[in-house]
Design a protein around this ligand. Structure first.
Ligand code: ADP
Length: 242
């Protein structure tokens, strides 16, 4: 196991009733790394992400963030920011207030620092100047940036993205891919990403975790997954990328 792992999963098992959805999953994510979970529908990608974020409790195993076991913490006490597929902005609130909302839950941030934190987060997603707009006055990509800013303002140690681009058209998806890479590089963000789009995963990630029926098939950098798939399932699955 590596020294720099910011996020460590150890022997994660998850049952929903009788259904064994995650099987002995261990993973170290390095600081500043972008790792993507890929696999067919129902293979456990979202469940694993939700276990990290605290939205599902694992049946066995540990989630360790920056050296601390966080299994007992509810989502709002974890320093994992989660951006959901349908990003759910508050439609009646301005961009500024949507981002401010995330900070409201953090009582330890002094009032005089809040404004600059909110503005910094909006700058990071290139939305400075949009503070007063309502979500309905933004494009889908801009709305997604607000959802990301709402997480970034909390300075998460790990950003969890659950199919964040799936509601965008093909062109915007490509732009947002670059945007996520840029954020990762500029802020040295650690990102865990879930997508059903293999091509997207292989183009955006430092490493991908390939899942099938809740079991890890391969954990590797994209070129290695392409060139040296560990089994027929992986070969076939990434072969469908193009
Ligand atoms: P993926 O994200 O790869 O499509 P999921 O993690 O959503 O897969 O689902 C994995 C399995 O767990 C599926 O069989 C799904 O039906 C089941 N599952 C997911 N969420 C729940 C839940 N809240 N209750 C019961 N079963 C669930």
């Amino acid at each position: 196991m590596s020294e720099q792992a910011i996020l460590r999963l150890q022997g994660i098992e998850k049952f929903f009733g009788e259904e064994h959805v995650l099987k002995n999953i261990s993973l170290d994510v390095e600081e500043g790394e972008l790792i993507t979970f890929i696999g067919p529908s129902g293979s456990g990608k979202t469940t694993l992400l939700r276990v990290i974020g605290g939205f599902h409790e694992q049946t066995e195993g540990a989630v360790i963030l920056d050296g601390e076991t966080i299994d007992q913490l509810p989502p709002e006490k974890r320093t994992t920011g989660m951006v959901f597929q349908n990003y759910a902005l508050f439609p009646h609130m301005s961009v500024y207030d949507n981002v401010a909302y995330g900070l409201k839950l953090k009582k330890d941030v002094p009032a005089e620092e809040r404004d600059s934190l909110i503005k910094d987060a909006l700058k990071q997603v290139q939305l400075d100047g949009y503070e007063a707009r309502k979500p309905s006055e933004l494009s889908g990509g801009q709305q997604q940036r607000v959802a990301i800013a709402r997480c970034l303002v909390l300075k998460p140690k790990v950003l969890l993205l659950d199919e964040p681009l799936s509601n965008l058209d093909a062109n915007l998806r490509l732009i947002m891919r670059d945007e996520i890479r840029r954020l990762k590089e500029e802020l040295n963000l650690t990102i865990v990403f879930v997508t059903h789009d293999q091509e997207e995963a292989l183009s955006i990630s430092d490493r991908v975790l390939v899942l099938k029926d809740g079991e890890v098939q391969q954990l590797d950098a994209p070129p290695a997954v392409y060139q040296h798939p560990e089994n027929e399932f992986v070969a076939e699955f990434v072969g469908h990328a193009n």
